[in-house]
Every structure is written in C-alpha cells, then in structure tokens.
Design a binder for this molecule. Structure first.
Ligand code: KG4
Ligand code: ZN
Length: 343
C-alpha cells in the first residue's frame, strides 16, 4: 500500500489530498477562489496564481495534520504539471518538487486531464480499461478512449468553447454569477426548455467534435431581444447543451467498443446532463459510471489517485519536469480546424 500526496492549482481551486493505492482518501482539502474572480465573470490568471501561493501550503499542512502523518510517510508526491493557467500550474508543481526534494521522495508530474480521466476508478474499483470518457469542464470538452494509464485516444474535442465555458458565458449574459453552471442549472428548473429556439451546433455531423460558440451567440440574441423569460432562456440553453453532448457522444460510441461510458469534469455535476448520458449509455448497451460531484470539479484527490496509478506503473518524473500550459493526453490526435482549439 502506497500513500500519495496530491497537489492541484491549475485553475481557480487550490487543493491537497492524501490518497492510498487501495483507494482510501486519508484527507483532502479544496479552497476555491470564486469570490475573488466573481467581479470579472471569469478566472483572472494572475489573481489565481497569487492566491494559490497563499493557500496551497496551508492545505498541505492541513491534510498531513488531518491524516496524522508527516511528509516523510508519503511514498510519492503527485503535482499537477499542466495543462492550465501557467502561473497557477507552477505553484503546485514547484511546491511538489520542494516537498519531494526535501523528503527524498519521487515526484509524479500529473496531467490534470489524466486526473479527471482516471478519477472514476478511485471510487469505482470495478471500472476496468478501456472506457469511453466524456470530459466536460471549464477548459475542456473532449471524448477520449481511456485504454490504460497514460494511454489515450482522443476521438473528439471542441472547435471553439468548452461546455463549461459555454455555461459560464451564457450565465454572464443572463446576469448570473460565476461559475455559471450551477447558476444556470438552478434557474433552468423553473423554465421551459422549449420556449427559446436555439441551435445545436454540429449535431448530426459524422465527426464527434463539439462547438458551442454559435449557441452562445444565439443566447446573446435571445437575451437582447427582451422577448424571453430568463428561466426559459436558461432551460432552453441547458437542453441545447444536453442535446449536443448526447448526440456527439453517441457518434463517438459508434467508434469505440469500450464497454463503459464515463463522464467527468465540472460540468458532469449537472443533473440534466448526468441523466441524459446515463440514458444514452443504456440505449447503447454500455455500462455507465460517473464520479460523485465533489470528484467531478477540480480537486487534489484525483491528482493523488492519478499519481497512485502512475506510481504503481513505475512512472515517476525527475525534478526538471516542465510546467505546461498545453498538454494533450493524446499527442497523436489531429488538430481540428477552429478558432480556439483546446488541448
Ligand atoms: O472541472 P472544473 O471544476 O474546472 C476546470 O478544469 O475547468 O469545471 C468547472 C466548470 C465551470 O465552467 C462550471 O460552470 C462548470 O464546470 N460547472 C457546471 C456545473 N457545475 C460546475 N456546469 C453545468 N452544471 C453544473 N451544475
Ligand atoms: Zn479540471
């Protein structure tokens, strides 16, 4: 049994966790920065990086205290090394290097996306490889076949915005606070999802890629027209995203024999999205697995767990491991045409 210390700071959550190779979470702590970024309607990279510098060391102290161990008792230190906002990424990575160096323990430089991708296996011991993963967060919207630790085949990505980004932008247009996903979901409960005609970009296309920029523009026009109730806009927008995710995932399932469909990332906290994808898995004859909401949004337990999986496979890194703003899980995936292609 190995104990892994995980560190995360790639976006706007500072997090530390202690996880064992036999799937026990000894301690974990996450501190978000929602309030610091709320006035700007999105994450301000420099504010985020400075906050990580202040918060992260205290979280390391806290989880070690909660688990009643010292850093000398851990078997490896796993830190997110990208992709993400580079100033933030450097905080966890350098903290991890310092701890690894001082305690003479191996460093594991974890790809944040691998953290999300392997997170379902932390809570579901029965989930074996391969599985088809829909990764939907603020920064990413991808369909990946997870074949093993470090083995990914990307089937689709977004040609413009990520799904969470679309929620955040639509929320801003509706005057809702950041992060937009939970705010839209709450407002949508009272709305009519058929009230506002909105497009479903790329639905019906043979390639399973995503696009949300046109949907955001349509929401902008609907709000500007003054013709629709905000709850109807929220419900119609959410339904449009659900329809896009379901259609694109169906196409990807047609290209993968993986017996299970897994959804991860912050947007997977959305109940309507969870229900629709669960139904799709049933129709397509695949098992369905989705981590609990706390494990879907950014956290360090998933980084520690990815570290545990890599450690078990003998994959450790040297102290000169780079911090990366971009770091695709499938380096061989073709670039897709689009305005702002995400990793
Ligand atoms: O994975 P995550 O915590 O951070 C990134 O790596 O991006 O995802 C955050 C994203 C935000 O865009 C947020 O609006 C979205 O996840 N989100 C949701 C919900 N909760 C969080 N989107 C839709 N419905 C939700 N309930
Ligand atoms: Zn994330």
């Amino acid at each position: 049994m190995a104990i892994i210390l995980g560190l995360e700071s790639s976006c706007d959550d500072s997090a530390a966790a202690l996880v064992t190779s036999d799937r026990r979470i000894l301690a974990q702590a996450v501190v978000g920065q929602t309030q610091a970024h709320q006035p700007y309607g999105g994450v301000v990279p420099e504010i985020a990086a400075r906050a990580h510098v202040e918060i992260l060391p205290k979280l390391v102290e806290q989880v070690l205290g909660d688990a009643n161990i010292s850093v000398g008792d851990v078997d490896a230190v796993a830190a997110t090394a990208g992709p993400g906002l580079i100033g933030g990424v450097m905080v966890a990575l350098l903290a991890g290097k310092g701890l690894a160096l001082a305690a003479r323990k191996p460093l594991i430089a974890v790809n944040h996306l691998e953290g999300h991708a392997l997170s379902p296996r932390l809570v579901n011991p029965d989930l074996g490889f391969p599985y088809l993963l829909l990764l939907v967060s603020g920064g990413h919207c991808q369909l990946l076949e997870v074949r093993g630790v470090g083995e990914y085949r990307r089937l689709a990505t977004t040609i413009d915005d990520a799904a969470g980004e679309a929620f955040d932008k639509a929320a801003k247009l509706l005057g809702l606070p950041y992060p937009g996903g939970p705010a839209i979901e709450a407002l949508a409960r009272d709305g009519d999802s058929n009230a506002v005609p909105l497009p479903r970009p790329l639905v019906g296309s043979g390639e399973p890629h995503f696009s949300f920029a046109g949907l955001k523009s349509a929401v902008q026009r609907a709000v500007a027209s003054g013709e629709f109730r905000p709850d109807d806009v929220a419900a119609s927008f959410q339904q449009a995203v659900v329809d896009c995710l379901v259609d694109r995932t169906r196409v990807a399932l047609g290209r993968s024999n993986a017996p299970a469909l897994v959804v991860a990332g912050g947007v997977a906290a959305n109940q309507a999205i969870r229900a629709a994808l669960s139904a799709l898995a049933t129709t397509e004859g695949r098992r369905f697995s989705i981590p609990p909401a706390w494990l879907c949004t950014d956290n360090a337990a998933m980084i520690a767990w990815a570290g545990a999986e890599r450690f078990a496979a003998g994959l450790v890194d040297s102290l000169d491991a780079p911090a990366r703003a971009r770091w695709p899980l499938d380096a061989s995936a073709e670039k897709v045409r689009g305005a702002g292609v995400k990793a």
